[in-house]
Design a protein around this ligand. Structure first.
Ligand SMILES: [Mn+2]
Length: 330
């Protein structure tokens, strides 16, 4: 059974104006949960403000309603003016840390109630009402159960969005976080009209030539350490410029080193602007990369975590991560 706090059910049921927000650089779970939940709430007669810091990236522009995303905080002002500030609630989806709300953080946190729905392990609490379940596969799964709990209809469109959320965060139902409950929810979504083959086509056959050019360069950086247990790839700002690809285009690259048979931890270092390195860690088996990421000030899940370093170089970060991983793997 779901552990949705009673108060959250009440707040959501009684709300009239809802601002939905998620983390910066939103992935499939963030976007699918946001657009799916927006559709569910609107069908319940509520007014919804779909806030995103930036327009939906080309990787997810197949999501219905992504044109309805609002990126202008000035527009939030008029939404609030129309509603009356006391009638506006904010719901943060899939965001493990208030800093990841991005530029709008202060603006959003002034609202109450501020509901937080998240499944990140090592979630750093914020907001007034929290529903956190780190063992859940995805926020999409939680949104579906919340809809059920308040007796809301899930349209074919909302089902599509939630399916995108769940299937991307479970790596197409391959990751450890995939549970019987995940499949029960997804069965409902398919019953509501989702075609799994169509969604897979949209997610995985949706790449640009620039992305493939960048992938060639990135795969050429592959290095193996620790007797085959650690695989590392990286991308520099210069490689982005040379390929013409965008920062979002690297999604999924880490799955290639991760797929090596001997590998227990795959590492991907991304320099999207000079000196700022984002590090992604993916583990197979027992190594807990969330612990390693948190030692560097980041977070995530046991098998998928990350952190950022500023004023550094790829070589420098490589060395530090490698030391930490060698220690962790014994
Ligand atoms: Mn997620």
């Amino acid at each position: 059974m779901s552990q949705i706090p009673e108060q959250i059910l009440e707040i959501v049921s009684q709300s009239s104006h809802v601002v939905l927000a998620t983390h910066v650089h939103p992935d499939g779970d963030a976007l699918g949960s946001l657009f799916g939940f927006a559709d569910i709430l609107e069908a319940e007669g509520k007014k919804v403000f779909r806030y995103l810091e930036a327009p939906v990236s080309h990787l997810y522009d197949f999501l219905p309603d992504c044109g309805l995303a609002e990126t202008d905080l000035g527009r939030l002002e008029s939404f609030v003016d129309q509603a009356g500030v006391e009638n506006v609630i904010v719901i943060s989806l899939d965001c493990g840390d208030s800093d990841r709300l991005g530029k709008a953080k202060q603006e959003l946190l002034r609202f109450a109630p501020f509901v937080v729905i998240d499944h990140h392990y090592g979630h750093r609490s914020f907001g007034s009402h929290l529903w956190l379940e780190s063992e859940r596969s995805s926020t999409g799964e939680m949104v579906y159960e919340l809809a059920q709990a308040i007796g809301a209809e899930v349209s074919a469109k909302a089902a599509f969005c939630l399916y995108v959320a769940i299937s991307t965060d479970t790596g197409s139902f391959c990751y450890e976080n995939t549970s019987p409950r995940t499949f029960r929810i997804v069965a409902d979504l398919v019953e509501a009209g989702v075609k799994p083959n169509e969604v897979a086509g949209k997610i995985y056959d949706n790449f640009t030539l620039e992305r493939l050019r960048l992938m060639k360069m990135v795969l050429a950086t592959l290095e193996i350490y620790g007797g085959g247990q650690i695989a590392m790839i990286w991308v520099s700002a210069e490689m982005f410029a040379r390929s013409g690809a965008t920062s979002e285009d690297v999604e999924g690259f880490i799955n290639y080193p991760r797929a090596l048979k001997s590998v227990r931890v795959a590492v991907f270092l991304k320099e999207s602007e000079k000196g700022v390195i984002a590090v992604s860690l993916r583990a197979k088996g027992t190594c807990d990369v969330a612990v390693i990421a948190s030692d560097f000030g980041g977070g995530g899940h046991r098998n998928a975590a990350g952190f950022r370093v500023s004023d550094s170089s790829i070589e420098d970060v490589q060395g530090k991560v490698l030391d930490a991983l060698k220690k962790a793997l014994g």
